[in-house]
Design a protein around this ligand. Structure first.
Ligand SMILES: [Fe+2]
Ligand SMILES: [Fe+2]
Length: 329
């Protein structure tokens, strides 16, 4: 319904405006910019930033002859992000879990790529939540479907695919550890999908560097959790995703960054995503390493990373992947 209608004209309302066709507003979407009606040469704020649209309302608006709304030119970046996100990111929930999880990973990677170039808007968070919910459904139907992610492990767009795979691994681990609350799982999934969003502020020459990073480049890279915290601090994200973004490189023994927190200071969801992050990094081709198989990675963690990883997550993923790695080299 009409939002904040007939609000008195403010200096913001008087700014230069551009048109936006109502038939280009998507059902079940959030617009991250104020949208105005022009009536008798006066602007009326119709939908404030963050407004959620339904098909019924869009139809009503069109039927009453309002085919054009207007936005402030100053909001152009938000308008472009909205168009791109809703045109690019479509979720098909009809395929079986393994195939669907691979499709969702492709979709999440496409959205992550957009987010590296545009603001983290309410529309973006809404789409992230839809992907997170769809991933939760996949894992609920088939916990072991994460094994299907192996074929995406060496995709060229590592930076964008990594977060989606981390999300799937984290969901499987949490489910194996008997977390069944859909809202809690979705909250963690949103955080996992966005955990590296701070890398959006890292120079591309460092982010996509083919060779090993120099010590100074590592110093820059290690700032990404704080950058992520800064980028999302004023968004509508809840506590768990924000904690995951800021603290996913902390370690149970306190040797992580940026705040050297220890296991008892970290949320369980943060510890699970931290483990999933490490597991994905170990099983992926990187400039400084050739990827390990799932079982080689578990073997490496068991022997080389004691104290640096969440023990319960380690045990959960062994159970999920269906075999103990003891004795394997
Ligand atoms: Fe990270
Ligand atoms: Fe990561």
């Amino acid at each position: 319904m009409i939002n904040n209608s007939h609000k008195p004209l403010t200096p913001q309302d008087s700014k230069e405006k551009s048109s936006y066709p109502v038939d280009q507003i998507i059902d079940n979407s959030n617009t991250d910019f104020d949208l105005y009606l022009k009536m008798d040469s006066e602007w009326t704020l119709y939908a404030g930033a963050g407004y959620h649209w339904t098909l019924a309302e869009l139809n009503r608006l069109m039927q009453s002859g309002h085919r054009i709304l207007y936005y402030n030119i100053a909001d152009k970046a938000q308008v472009e992000a909205y168009k791109l996100i809703y045109q690019t990111v479509n979720i098909d929930e009809s395929a079986p879990p393994r195939e669907r999880l691979v499709n969702l990973t492709d979709t999440a990677a496409a959205l992550t790529k957009i987010l590296y170039q545009h603001p983290v808007t309410a529309a973006a968070i809404h789409k992230i939540e839809q992907i997170a919910k769809a991933m939760v459904s996949c894992i609920e139907e088939d916990l072991a479907c994460v094994a299907a992610l192996g074929k995406l492990a060496n995709h060229d767009d590592y930076t964008y695919y990594h977060s989606a795979r981390v999300c799937a691994y984290a969901l499987a681990i949490a489910s194996q550890m008997t977390q069944t609350d859909r809202l809690a799982l979705t909250d963690m999934a949103v955080g996992a999908l966005l955990h590296d969003i701070g890398k959006a502020k890292i120079d591309l020459t460092i982010l996509h560097k083919k060779g090993a990073l120099t010590p100074n480049e590592w110093i820059t890279m290690r700032q990404h959790p704080q950058f992520g915290g800064d980028l999302t601090s004023s968004t509508m994200l809840s506590l768990v995703p924000k904690e995951i973004i800021l603290h996913h490189h902390e370690k149970p023994d306190g040797s992580g960054y940026p705040h050297n927190l220890t296991a008892r200071e970290l949320l369980e969801e943060v510890k699970i995503v931290n483990f999933a992050d490490i597991f994905d990094a170990l099983t992926t081709n990187r400039p400084y390493q050739v990827s390990r198989t799932h079982f080689e990675a578990l073997d490496f963690i068991r022997h080389k990373m004691t104290g640096h990883v969440h023990k319960e997550s380690f045990e959960a993923i062994i159970a999920i992947l269906g075999s103990d790695t003891s004795g394997k080299k």
